[in-house]
Design a protein around this ligand. Sequence first.
Ligand code: PEP
Ligand code: MN
Length: 334
Amino acid sequence: MIIQLNQTVNEEIVATLLKRLAATPATVIRIGTHVAVPEVNQVTLMADEAAQVAEIIEKTPAAVLGSRLFQPEDTIIKLPHSTIGGKGGFTMMAGPCSVESEEHVRRMAKVVKEGGATLLRGGAYKPRTSPYSFQGLGEDGLKYLRAAADENGMDVITEVMDETHVDLIAKYTDVFQIGARNMQNFSLLKAVGKTKVPVALKRGLAGTIDDLLNASEYIAAGGNHQIMLLERGIRTFDNKYTRNTFDLAAVPVLQKLTHYPVIVDPSHAVGEWDLVTPMAHAGVASGASGMIVEIHDDPEHAFSDGPQALKPKTYLKMTKEVFELKELMNSWEA
Ligand code: PEP
Ligand code: MN
């Protein structure tokens, strides 16, 4: 059940109502004028309580806190150098797949910034298919990434793979990335849900849209409502020419269902650098709030995901086009 309160309420009466519901017993979560009581679907209100309530929605989706029914307004995530979500904006996030060295990430950060990105990406803890592949530089990588972002006035997004690393990574990052392989790592979701660090949750390789929304609910239920969802391609029957299938219809579908910003990742979706630009165009056209993309100046020798990395020149052309497209789209809305 969702209880939508009036814009101005008598706080004392509301507190009594919520206390009464909690004692039934039930979980009661209030964010501003929105109240969710997930396990309850009916309530009888006293006259003074009813006067505080704008609407009661009895039938609610499982991922209630993330739903538009609960919060019709877009979630907007504000970082020191970036705003993610809301109408009209488009947030670019870019960087190498892995932080490879202090010098390399600094060099890439300059290019990333030049392309109009406000977040620098780079993995210091890498989820690799093989245990013998490069696993990341760990805390040293976090230090290099943070320094490179600070030097260029950018925010940091980096992956957290393990709940035991949450506190350490929180010291260096502005956004936790939860990778596709960890979308349903519930203990990790609960752990980041207890922090105040925004979370970028990637759709799992075989994750349905409801799986993604329910996974995000684990983070929200813990008290962290600064969530963005990343479409990065899913496994379907054909992966001969693209690494994954880029499910761009998921963007408007998610935007209808949830208030969280939706970000596209054309790099992991297609897996080949020459397919990234056309799908980046398609990504912005789908209405996403932003994009995350991988770059490298020497892709043949990249420590991970070289084949999908854009070289600096291609990246700069792509971002210019993407921002132009976004501007054109904004002119349609005006
Ligand atoms: C990455 O961002 O480098 C990554 C490993 O992504 P995903 O979890 O989408 O595979
Ligand atoms: Mn990668």
